[in-house]
Unconditional design. Structure first.
Length: 278
């Protein structure tokens, strides 16, 4: 989610990170396994943290001119076929690549997946396709038809609604969610082994200083952000689509902006549906 009238300050130009996480900083010495949060770029504050078994949150805090702090998360699923969900902004590619490389060789990536076509979701798609020669874009069929078949340097895997994509021990499932929260091509992935919903722009939290994962309320902060930024479409189908996501009973919500969340995801999603219809 990125509003056109906001200027994102490239994090390497601004000392944006306040050191909130420094107390938790710990670099793993075990290749491919990072248990605690690791800062992978001390200037930008880009950091990685395992939020579910084999699923890593890559987080970069930024300052947005006139709007305060914000953050961008990508999620990396480690398996026989590794999957990156969201690329980050094109200009963030060096930071995200550095973070991925702290966990796996970037050439191991098989899927560069994203919810919908926006700069923070897929701005560096072609940089990733070049860096990982075996990789391909993974998106919904509308995104593939309307944009990605043309924009991407390699043909995408156009996921059908409800399609399962095995990665090894992890399996992701694609859900079409047109216009939820925005964009005709929007969709989400669930990961079945860990009951994780890669929920993209749902539950977006403003600000830049967030713990990697929280069990405290994120609906209140995300609702405050929604009322300020109006980034949800006004589709009448939101409740039905949210109910489909809730029926998967996610226990981890991998949010794209702010903390990931752990708890009764079905309840939180239904609370969101109620808030949207209030
Ligand atoms: Fe986003
Ligand atoms: Fe978005």
């Amino acid at each position: 989610m990125l509003s056109m009238d906001i200027i994102i300050v490239y994090p390497e130009t601004v000392p944006v990170f306040s050191g909130v996480f420094v107390g938790n900083e710990q670099f793993s010495q075990t290749p491919g396994k990072v248990n605690l949060m690791s800062v992978t770029n001390s200037h930008s504050g880009t950091n990685v943290h395992e939020v579910a078994d084999g699923i890593y949150r890559i987080n970069t805090p930024v300052k947005v001119l006139g709007a305060g702090g914000f953050s961008f998360n990508q999620y990396l699923i480690i398996d026989d076929d590794c999957l990156l969900f969201h690329t980050g902004l094109r200009k963030m590619f060096p930071l995200v690549r550095e973070a991925v490389a702290s966990i796996i060789p970037v050439e191991n990536l098989r899927y560069i997946a994203f919810s919908h076509v926006e700069a923070d979701e897929c701005g560096s798609l072609n940089e990733w396709l070049a860096a990982a020669p075996r990789s391909m874009p993974l998106c919904g069929s509308v995104a593939a038809m309307v944009s990605v078949g043309d924009l991407a340097d390699r043909a995408p895997h156009a996921a059908a609604d409800n399609e399962l994509i095995p990665l090894g021990k992890h399996t992701v499932r694609w859900f079409d969610t047109p216009h939820l929260p925005h964009a005709w091509d929007c969709g989400f992935l669930t990961e079945e082994l860990t009951a994780t919903l890669l929920c993209g722009d749902l539950f977006t939290q403003g600000g830049s200083a967030h713990p990697p994962i929280t069990e405290t309320d994120i609906l209140g902060p995300s609702e405050a952000f929604r009322h300020k930024m109006d980034y949800f479409s006004h589709t009448k189908n939101a409740r039905g689509m949210i109910e489909r996501l809730a029926s998967t009973n996610p226990s981890t919500l991998a949010c794209m902006h702010g903390s990931a969340w752990r708890g009764d995801g079905a309840k939180l999603l239904r609370d969101l549906a109620d808030a949207l219809s209030a």
